[in-house]
Design a protein around this ligand. Structure first.
Ligand code: SAM
Length: 232
């Protein structure tokens, strides 16, 4: 059962995402949303990590996977890992389902909805890795409160990551890069792993780029990839 994709402001704070669907789905995509999505969702009640992945199998989460390019490639490159992708945008969810179906991937679960609601439902220390790649930047000051990186959400990410678990944040917006660095390091459980500038200026060796990221770089916006470890 997938989580409810509430599109309204809720107890977690202001709505974070703009539109939740765009152009009409193809017949195949509509069928996948109707038939495959319910099979790939999470249990309604998550009591323990074992409801999500078998003992000893790493569990990764990608937040706001967009068109799912990174999610699908990580799944292909890491067949021994279970992945959860969460995304409110229906067309993105449909792209993920298309890729999962076409490539016969059986390690990905998809949740259509708000990552804050999902993370709030996860057990403590259940995740090995979290990716937040190019979250909506909300550049205007009056909209900064809509950014997904906020103190309470960072605390919840630290709670659901195992000690030693890793968080990757990427953005092409300089202000959001600095914002994320500050908000994440404000939580003493996180340590930034960069040792030299190229560790955050260059794409990490295990990164897969997306069309969004390529467009940003073509437009001359420098990306930063900030890798953190939940140290304790
Ligand atoms: C700028 S796009 C980047 C997509 C993708 N990560 C990439 O790098 O190509 C930001 C994505 O975050 C999603 N998003 C926005 N608010 C979200 C939320 N509360 N939970 C999960 N995803 C969210 C949007 O729907 C959108 O697909």
């Amino acid at each position: 059962m997938q989580t409810n994709s509430s599109l309204l402001p809720d107890k977690h704070g202001p709505r974070l995402y703009g539109r939740s669907s765009g152009h009409a789905l193809s017949a195949r995509q509509a069928r996948l949303v109707a038939e495959l999505l319910p099979r790939l969702g999470l249990p309604e009640k998550i009591s323990a990590r074992s409801d999500l992945a078998p003992e000893g199998v790493p569990l990764w989460l990608e937040i706001g996977f967009g068109a799912a390019e990174h999610l699908l490639q990580q799944a292909k490159a890491n067949p021994g890992v279970r992945l959860i992708g969460v995304e409110p945008y229906l067309n993105g969810v449909a792209k993920a389902l298309s890729g999962i179906d076409a490539q016969k991937l059986d390690t990905i679960r998809i949740v259509r909805g708000d990552a804050r609601e999902l993370v709030a439902r996860l057990p403590d220390a259940s995740l090995d890795r979290v990716f937040i790649l190019h979250p909506d930047p909300w550049p205007k000051k009056r909209h900064w409160k809509r950014r997904i990186i906020q103190r309470d959400f960072v605390a919840d990410l630290a709670r659901v990551l195992k000690p030693g678990g890793r968080l990757r944040f990427a953005s092409d917006i300089a202000h959001y890069q600095a914002w994320a660095l500050q908000h994440i390091l404000d939580d003493s459980r996180f340590e930034w792993t960069a040792e030299r500038a190229d560790d955050w200026r260059m794409p990490p060796s295990d990164h897969f780029t997306t069309r969004y990221e390529q467009k940003a770089r073509k437009a001359g916006r420098a990306c930063a990839w900030l890798d953190f470890v939940r140290a304790h």
